[in-house]
Design a protein around this ligand. Structure first.
Ligand SMILES: Nc1ncnc2c1ncn2[C@@H]1O[C@H](COP(=O)(O)OP(=O)(O)OP(=O)(O)O)[C@@H](O)[C@H]1O
Ligand SMILES: Nc1ccn([C@@H]2O[C@H](COP(=O)(O)O)[C@@H](O)[C@H]2O)c(=O)n1
Length: 650
């Protein structure tokens, strides 16, 4: 399973240019394909779901081409039903392609099959099929009645009169029917059975149909009259707005992470219902500003989001972002009227509940609601994403709680926002790390500790952890090459640092772990992958705001590969042996230059030669040779690097 590790973040601020709206992109493509004339589309979303629609249009004989590298496309409309009368279409998990194409093809007089990924075959389509059958369409659900795959055959379409369609499972059924009906040329009334959900999506449909020359009359949200004798006509050029659902992650990032975060591409003039996510965020206390084509969010004045209890039926997609924002609220939060989540890319109510619990939240799950109680402290977790782009994008926000989070299968964002994580990295500010690696007795510990003190940051002496494992093993009489046993000792190590001292099972072992046996033992246990794996997350947990200075052998290569400052601190082996000799003498301990030299050479060789996480200077690490440098100079050198990277002021 591929994964992406997001480090704990200090906050979020900046500007994001949004990708095109998925809902608008796929609707505009279909309308342009059915219209008379050629349509220039600007800022079309580039994503898996849009690719499925473009592939389908090609298979159906509609000519289109991409112009240049951006989102500019030209579609040559068919001026009515699709010209190709027989095709097999694979539509992935793209509901915005599957449902509207089903309706348009059912009225196109050809023989077609439509299928998708297994999850698509679990997502209901029976209400749409039923409505199309009322018009005379010949549709067979080839596996399970009411679900894809579908087989469509030519049939005599009896348009006119009244067609009823349920509106309480997915609003896409009504969208599909409305967009297809002008193909019949006969005035037809659509009556919605049950309370229509996600009304803003129908508003998008009507707005876009009007731009393509078909004005639908509506009575409330229950009756829609599609006129007869009209055809879609290209409006010439259509601009696709930025995706308002995608905006929700960045607006929430601004509200949680300080902000301001500005999204460009949607604003006051948007036709997308999900812009109302900004209003919801405002009710949580976030400070929101809006222009015609942008929205900006910043944290509440007192820094903490307020608990909420909201009906979110009108913004079902963006509402998922609120479920994760609830982790940062000052009390339990309730999301109501979200039953449609159950039939989306995954059962989003169940998935959200499972993953929120992993990060420590208390969650009550109902048929159409979620109640989220924020944890006192977020817990690092690996988040499963269920092949659902929104799960991946929502849970990236956990990192703003100063908590690292792993996103499994991060490429699922390709469905709507292939560059999501790059965009998130553009606004989220990771807790900075200065990684100092180098050979024994080079002065890493001395320099790192002083740099940390100067910056007011946390300090990690990773070598001490290997020393503690060695000491625990020696005390337990464990052979230092028994990998399985040593791995268990490292995983359950009852050790820590407090008051500048190292503790093992309640004993102060600060001096004990520095003795000869522990020094040699540490470098022996450090070659064992089971030991290194067991200490992996333990070391990463030291990364806390405002920053961390970490020293060892693999800080920059393995534990904190994204550290903005990496230093390889070294000195000649003679200088190092001399320093260690002086250090030991000052402590009143016996020391012999010859044996110190030999010991350092052996440890260096073992550290550099081991298969896992060997000691090495990485290309992105700055070499700091302190052979002829004193401690003050070395510390000043590292502090200059930190300031030069803009990680601290001054
Ligand atoms: N640039 C320097 N010039 C002179 N002495 C130094 C310098 N840097 C460190 N020292 C001294 O060298 C000794 C060893 O340094 P330190 O313990 O920090 O090394 P280390 O790389 O962390 O070692 P180890 O890997 O064994 O933990 C200390 O007494 C320290 O004061
Ligand atoms: N990141 C690290 C740190 C240390 N080791 C091993 O532990 C030994 C003791 O480390 P000191 O820095 O306290 O000398 C060292 O010799 C290494 O073998 C490591 O592998 N990775």
């Amino acid at each position: 399973m591929e994964f992406l590790d997001l480090p704990p973040m200090l906050g979020a601020a900046g500007t994001v240019r949004l990708p095109g709206s998925k809902s608008i992109s796929n609707r505009v493509l279909l309308l342009a394909a059915l219209a008379e004339g050629e349509t220039d589309i600007r800022d079309l979303l580039s994503s898996d779901d849009v690719d499925r629609m473009l592939d389908a249009l090609t298979a159906l004989g509609v000519s289109w081409r991409r112009e240049g590298e951006g989102g500019s496309y030209r579609v040559v409309g068919a001026g009515g039903p699709f010209p190709v009368k027989s095709a097999e279409l694979f539509l992935g998990n793209a509901g915005t392609a599957f449902r509207p194409l089903t309706a348009a093809l059912a009225l196109s007089g050809g023989e077609y099959t439509l299928s998708g990924v297994p999850r698509m075959h679990e997502r209901p389509i029976g209400d749409l099929v039923e409505a199309l059958r009322q018009l005379g369409a010949d549709i067979t659900c080839t596996a399970n009645e009411g679900f894809p795959p579908l087989r469509l055959k030519p049939a005599t379409i009896r348009a006119g009169g009244v067609v009823s369609v349920r509106g309480d499972v997915s609003s896409q059924f009504l969208t599909a029917l409305l967009m297809a009906l002008p193909l019949t040329g006969v005035e037809t009334t659509v009556e919605v059975v049950g309370e229509l959900i996600s009304k803003p999506y129908i508003a998008i449909t009507l707005e876009l149909m009007a731009r393509f020359g078909v004005a639908v009359e509506r009575e409330g949200w229950a009756r829609f009259v599609v006129p007869g004798g009209v055809r879609y006509r290209s409006p010439g050029t259509v601009y696709v707005e930025g995706d308002a659902s995608s905006a929700s992650y960045f607006l929430a990032a601004g509200a949680i992470g300080g902000g301001p975060v500005r999204v460009e591409g949607v604003g006051r003039d948007s036709i997308q219902g999900d812009v109302r996510f900004a209003e919801a965020l405002q009710q949580l206390g976030a400070r929101i500003a809006m222009g015609d084509n942008w929205i900006e969010a910043a944290a509440p004045a007192d820094g903490r989001l307020r608990a909420f209890d909201l009906d979110l039926n009108h913004i079902p997609d963006a509402a998922m972002t609120l479920a994760v924002a609830a982790l940062f609220a000052d009390g339990p939060c309730t999301l109501r009227n979200i039953a449609s989540w159950r039939v989306k890319e995954t059962d989003r109510i169940a998935a959200m509940a499972t993953e929120l619990r992993k990060v420590g939240a208390g969650v009550e799950e109902g048929p159409d609601h979620l109640r989220v109680s924020p944890p006192a402290r977020l817990v690092p977790a690996a988040i499963d994403t269920y092949d659902d782009h929104r799960m991946a994008m929502c849970f990236s926000l956990v990192s703003l709680g100063g908590c690292r989070v792993r996103i499994n299968d991060p490429k699922c964002v390709n469905k709507t926002f292939p560059d999501y994580f790059a965009a998130y990295a553009g606004v989220a500010r990771p807790v900075p790390v200065v990684a100092i690696d180098g050979p024994s007795a080079s002065g890493k510990g001395t320099v790192a500790e002083r740099v940390a003190a100067a910056l007011g940051w946390h300090y990690l002496d990773s070598g001490s952890l290997y020393r503690l494992v060695a000491l625990a093993a020696i005390r337990a009489g464990a052979p230092l090459d028994d990998e399985a046993l040593l791995g268990r000792i490292a995983a359950d190590l009852p050790a820590g640092f407090a008051g500048g001292r190292a503790w093992l099972a309640g004993d102060d072992v600060t001096d004990a772990i520095r003795n000869e046996a522990c020094s040699v033992g540490a470098s022996q246990v450090a070659v064992l992958p089971a030991v290194r794996n067991a200490l992996f997350d333990r070391q990463r947990d030291y990364r806390c705001g405002p920053g961390l200075v970490a020293e060892g052998r693999d800080m920059g290569s393995v534990i904190f590969p994204d550290a903005p400052v990496k230093v390889f601190l070294t000195a000649s082996v003679e200088a190092r042996a001399g320093r260690r000799h002086k250090q030991l003498m000052e402590k009143g301990l016996a020391a012999n230059m010859e044996s110190l030299l030999q010991d350092l050479r052996e440890r260096d060789a073992r550290d550099a030669a081991r298969a896992v996480a060997p000691l090495q200077k990485l290309p992105d690490a700055v070499l700091l040779d302190t052979t002829n440098m004193d401690v003050d100079e070395a510390v000043a050198f590292v502090l200059d690097l930190v300031r030069g990277r803009g990680l601290v002021a001054g």
